[in-house]
Design a protein around this ligand. Structure first.
Ligand code: PLP
Length: 422
């Protein structure tokens, strides 16, 4: 690997040797072969959209070309399409440290948050405050705001995410938090916050969009109440993949979610006039599941069958720390401000680099074959998906970033044009 810039103090050879050594020792290194990644691209955006895997592609082809084509509507029974939400939920369960019957795959995070927030508020009739963190992913707040338009008296308060426990009190019905901040990568202490909330009678809903498949989670052991997460980031389920919901078994008999569609009915095919919720987690379903997406996600999840999440986490921390250490060694890269807290217990699987020209730098980096993304107003966001990223990838990506900064190629006109998706 030949560098594009000159690295100070001959550090390139030494760092390259280190990267190669770490890659050689990597217990996950063979997993990269499971992914249909394009050549000559370094993909640092699996925190936004995971790449295609061969297993996902095969599953997609099979559901369209074999099942749908050949078995038509009988596939609902013959290929068990009707149970895919439960089957996929059971695949996700061990990844998030949950019992199988506490997880179901359905809808999107936004819709699932609506269901859970409504249900959780119903369990807290004497409390009227929903608390969330400042800088939470917008959809979480938007959903809470939308729900409040139909529930008079309930209000939403935003608190600093580094000071959540101190802000808790007995007026709060529900604490709705994103575990790993989408922009900064800051990770909250799930167990500690959940415990502190429970001591004051507060229910907690966790958004695991940036956690599931990337960090170790023990929802059952941590006595989490509710959680949502998505299938398209670290779970590699494809664009718009179904999301998932977790409900602790202690609420299964009390849960009343508001989107009372027929798939969540106790006897969907009895076509009864009145809604009767299904038992347990099944009542979280609403309408007909998107079978094609669900089948692709099911295929993608098989990659996790023989993977230890602790190995993923360890490598993720290693990759992000390695990138930061390389960035710190080139003077041109000091133009970035590292926003991410590098304490292992406080970061997820991404780093955030602030720069006033972050958008155009990101575009120039993509042109150089390194795909990351931009989050307004000034963050270059870099995700580490240990199943297919190597230490050598990270080193090469930083070298290309240094090239862009040294030659200011990001200032070219074409990199200033804002795409609709950043
Ligand atoms: C923390 C978080 N929550 C929710 C979402 C999106 O939710 P939905 O699946 O409804 O699009 C994202 C998308 O990136 C996210 O980062």
């Amino acid at each position: 690997m030949i560098p594009q810039v000159i690295w100070p103090n001959d550090m390139w050879m030494h760092t390259l040797a280190k990267a190669r050594e770490l890659d050689a020792k990597d217990v996950l290194k063979n997993k990269r072969e499971s992914f249909a990644l394009p050549n000559n691209k370094i993909y640092l955006d699996g925190n936004s959209l995971g790449p295609a895997s061969y297993a996902a592609q095969t599953a997609g082809q099979s559901v369209i070309n074999a099942q749908w084509q050949t078995d038509l509507i009988t596939s609902w029974n013959v290929h068990d399409w009707i149970r895919l939400p439960q089957i996929v939920g059971a695949q996700i369960a061990p990844i998030i440290g949950a019992q199988e019957d506490c997880v179901i795959a359905c809808d999107s995070i936004s819709i699932n948050l609506y269901k859970l927030l409504h249900s959780a508020l119903n369990l807290q009739p004497d409390r009227h405050v929903v608390m969330t963190q400042k800088g939470n992913f917008p959809t979480d707040g938007y959903i809470a705001q939308g729900l409040m338009a139909h529930r008079s008296g309930v209000c939403l308060v935003y608190v600093d995410e580094k000071d959540i426990i101190a802000q808790l009190d007995e007026s709060i019905a529900v604490l709705m938090l994103t575990h790993v901040n989408y922009k900064t990568g800051y990770m909250l202490d799930m167990r500690q916050i959940t415990q502190a909330a429970h001591e004051l009678g507060i229910l907690v809903i966790w958004d695991l969009a940036h956690s599931a498949g990337a960090v170790e989670l023990s929802l059952d052991n941590d006595e989490v109440d509710f959680a949502v997460g998505c299938g398209y980031k670290y779970l590699n389920g494809g664009p718009g993949a179904p999301a998932f919901v977790y409900v602790n078994s202690r609420y299964h008999s009390q849960l009343r979610q508001p989107l009372s569609g027929w798939m969540g009915h106790a006897r969907a095919f009895a076509f009864e006039q009145d809604y009767v919720p299904a038992d347990g987690i099944n009542s979280l379903l609403c309408g007909t599941p998107n079978i094609i997406s669900m089948a692709v996600l099911k295929g993608a999840l098989t990659i996790f069958n023989d993977v230890n999440i602790a190995d993923i986490r360890q490598k993720s921390l290693g990759l992000s720390a390695f990138m930061v250490s390389v960035i710190q060694q080139h003077p041109v890269l000091q133009a970035f401000e590292l926003i991410t807290d590098m304490d292992d217990a406080k970061r997820g699987s991404q780093i955030a680099l602030a720069h006033p020209d972050a958008y155009s730098i990101c575009q120039a980096w993509i042109e150089q074959g390194v795909i990351a993304d931009f989050r307004a107003p000034n963050i270059l966001r870099v995700g580490f998906a240990p199943l297919y990223i190597s230490y050598c990838d990270v080193l090469q990506a930083v070298d290309r970033l240094a090239y862009i900064m040294q030659h200011k190629t990001y200032q070219a006109k074409q990199y200033q044009i804002r795409n609709s998706v950043t």
